[in-house]
Design a protein around this ligand. Structure first.
Ligand code: KIV
Length: 280
């Protein structure tokens, strides 16, 4: 018998109970090795549909499929030991009807092992969120800038200034009333996101939404500086891995061309030295 109690995985009610406590730390991940890197530091690891742009070079998240989300979702869940996985529902997989949303959310959870999904939309999606949560599917909502609607919004703009503020507040309240366990506020002005965070009893997780949210999320590749040409205002770069990678790749290319790589220590001799032979 083991002396240590088994570790209970973090579940959506634990995240909901964190309202008003220490800020929630959330990052995206799309692969097992990155999931392993972020797991010790995060409360939630989001398999965002941003993977369509970040990993697959798509122009927006509109082209992301269920298959892509499930493939990357499984890879991430495999790499997590402590943090909770949340998987984005891709565009077109949930908007048609609550029944369509249930079918696809259940498939995502069953095939990835993640205990929750995220979907975009406020008042319009409230009926669907209520349908899912009543049937065992924990939902993280997402309001403000909803990137899957980029074609109707007309760009990746701040959402919630002036006349738009009441609508964003109403969207957030509708998601809470429908049973969402937490909500992402994307590109919402800081004063408004502070008021929403005060008004709701579920944690708000901000991205470009100021410091008064109950938690923060960033896209991992953005905060590691893996892109050299993508610098949105709301992303703080905690490293410049793109620059480091460029330097490393340039050095490799120069060494291959100069025949200085591989050196002897990277190559295999034709015959093993006698001492090694004796051991083997
Ligand atoms: O797709 C994503 O990565 C997201 C976060 C940026 C919130 O939705």
């Amino acid at each position: 018998m083991s002396a240590t109690a088994p570790v209970r995985p973090v579940l959506p009610p634990d995240i909901k109970a964190r309202k008003g406590g220490a800020p929630l730390v959330v990052l995206t991940a799309y692969t097992t090795p990155v999931a392993r890197l972020v797991d010790p530091h995060c409360d939630i690891v989001l398999v965002g549909d941003s993977l369509g742009m970040v990993l697959h070079g798509l122009p927006s998240t509109v082209g992301v499929t269920m298959e892509m989300m499930i493939l990357h979702g499984r890879a991430v869940v495999r790499g997590l030991g402590k943090a909770m996985a949340v998987i984005d529902m891709p565009f077109g997989s949930y908007e048609e009807s609550p029944a369509q949303a249930f079918r696809n959310a259940a498939r995502i959870m069953a095939e990835t092992g993640a205990p929750a999904v995220k979907l975009e939309g406020g008042v319009t999606m409230a009926e669907t969120i209520a349908f899912l949560t009543a049937r065992g599917i924990p939902v993280m909502a997402h309001v403000g800038l909803t990137p899957q609607s980029v074609n109707t919004l007309g760009g990746y703009k701040v959402v919630g200034r002036a006349d738009e503020a009441d609508k964003v507040m109403a969207d957030a309240k509708a998601c809470e009333a429908a049973g969402a366990f937490s909500i992402v506020l994307e590109k919402v002005p800081e004063g408004l996101s502070g008021r929403i965070s005060k008004a709701l009893t579920i944690p708000t997780i901000g991205i470009g939404a100021g410091v008064d949210c109950d938690g923060q999320v960033l896209v991992i590749d953005d905060m590691l500086g893996l892109f050299t040409d993508f610098r949105p205002k709301f992303v703080k770069r905690y490293a410049e891995l793109g620059k480091l990678a460029d330097e490393a790749i340039a050095t490799y290319a120069a060494e291959v061309r100069a025949r200085s790589f591989p050196a002897a220590e990277h190559s295999f001799p034709d015959a093993l030295p006698p001492a090694t032979k004796a051991k083997s």
